[in-house]
Design a protein around this ligand. Structure first.
Ligand code: PLP
Length: 386
């Protein structure tokens, strides 16, 4: 065993595959429960989009978290994994009728609604089924986040949510609908946010919106602030968990919750990123004209974040301790963007060495594709490895 990985067990396994350290996942969940549990009105959901591996979902649902879903398929996955239906919320800018039906039939906690046409369809479908749907409105707070442009969601230019100026009219409209129960407000400003000041800015905006609604005697039961808490991709060993205390304390300090209101969080990346690694094998070490390439058997089809966001993942040779060499680590896909890292120092690599691409538990396995007719990577947890 080198470092934290059961290398002997890995040797018999077909690569590439995802490996999830369930001990770290359990510790992370326990820390979340302790830190959020200090605030009576706080409720934590897990954003299934980050990773829907059933073994992880099972552990997360057993820890008591609710589920944040963005498709009918995710609602089904959440129910199959044991999440309680009354702790499932469903967001998304384009919900199809069949997906709305799944939510209504299962009497989920809440639909996070993003437009008036969507509200009207939910009302119609709920009416046809003789049900009342709880809804929260996703408001676009026009709050920026210091993160990658592709994962910023709370700016006026983004497609998500209802503009603040329309908020009151939409709520008033919903209060007149027979099969809709207005529940609350929903926000999500982006992902991989490390600056607590961004969350503080969101709190300040929500405080203003709550005052505005109170002036018109509109009661808000739940406030959902989405997810977005980032992780330390550079130091997965030193910082295996984000600073959950600082995160929850920021909301406790800056958001002025009213009596009886609950505050919902929908954390994805912060829950699962650090427990997962993509394990891949060196196929070839190739001397290029100006540099050396390590060609591994995983590609952008298995982990797309570096190609999509230029995202950094720490990479380690977990088989061999040797002198450091500088390499570009690339996959076998026929795309120039199929690169995991450029000019990084790794213990000298040889054909057959196992390589760990760290912090890959979020937006990794779930985003895998079969481009180039490749196989999807398998996901294993600690208990699967002998
Ligand atoms: N909630 C919503 C509505 C989202 O769109 C997302 C991610 O895109 C999340 C929660 C989870 O975000 P994160 O993984 O950054 O915590």
């Amino acid at each position: 065993m080198k470092g934290i990985f059961p290398i002997e067990g890995f040797k018999a396994m077909e690569t590439p595959f995802y490996y999830y350290n369930t001990e770290l996942l359990r510790q992370t969940l326990s820390t979340i429960n302790i830190e959020a549990g200090k605030h009576e009105q706080f409720r934590v959901h897990y954003a299934i989009k980050a990773n829907a591996n059933p073994k992880l979902l099972n552990i997360i649902s057993h820890a008591g978290l609710g589920a944040d879903c963005v498709s009918g398929g995710e609602i089904k996955a959440a129910i199959d994994a044991g999440f309680s239906r009354d702790k499932i919320v469903y967001a998304g800018v384009g919900k199809s009728d069949w997906e709305i039906n799944i939510g209504i039939d299962n009497e989920i906690q809440c639909f996070n609604v993003e437009s008036v046409p969507e509200l009207e369809v939910i009302n119609e479908i709920a009416s046809a089924r003789g049900k009342v749907a709880n809804v929260a409105f996703r408001i676009n707070p026009n709050v920026g986040a210091h993160t990658h442009a592709n994962i910023t969601t709370g700016l006026a230019e983004n497609k998500f949510g209802i503009a603040m100026r329309d908020m009151e009219n939409v709520i008033v409209l919903s209060l007149k609908m027979k099969n809709i129960n207005f529940h609350g407000l929903h926000f999500h400003i982006g992902s991989q946010i490390l600056d607590m000041g961004d969350f503080e800015a969101l709190c300040n905006r929500i405080n203003d919106l709550l005052c505005q609604l109170e002036r018109h005697h509109i009661k808000v039961e739940t406030i959902n602030v989405g997810g977005g808490l980032g992780v330390d991709y550079r130091h997965p060993n030193r910082m295996p968990m984000p600073d959950f205390k600082a995160y929850f304390d920021t909301y406790a300090k800056h958001l002025k919750l009213r009596e009886g209101q609950t505050l919902h969080f929908e954390l994805g990346r912060a829950v699962v990123a650090q427990c997962g690694s993509l394990i891949t094998k060196v196929l070839y070490v190739k001397e290029g004209a100006t540099k050396k390439f390590v060609i591994v058997d995983a590609g952008m089809t298995d982990l797309i974040r570096p190609a999509l966001y230029n995202a950094y993942h720490k990479i380690e040779n977990i088989t061999y301790d040797g002198e450091k060499q500088t390499y570009d680590v690339v996959g076998p896909i026929c795309e120039s963007s199929d690169v995991f890292a450029k000019a990084i120092d790794l213990d000298e690599c040889h054909r057959g060495d196992l390589i760990a691409i760290r912090s890959a538990g979020a937006y990794g396995e779930i985003m895998a594709s079969q481009y180039n007719c490749r196989r999807l990577p398998s996901g294993y947890v600690t208990e699967d490895i002998r």
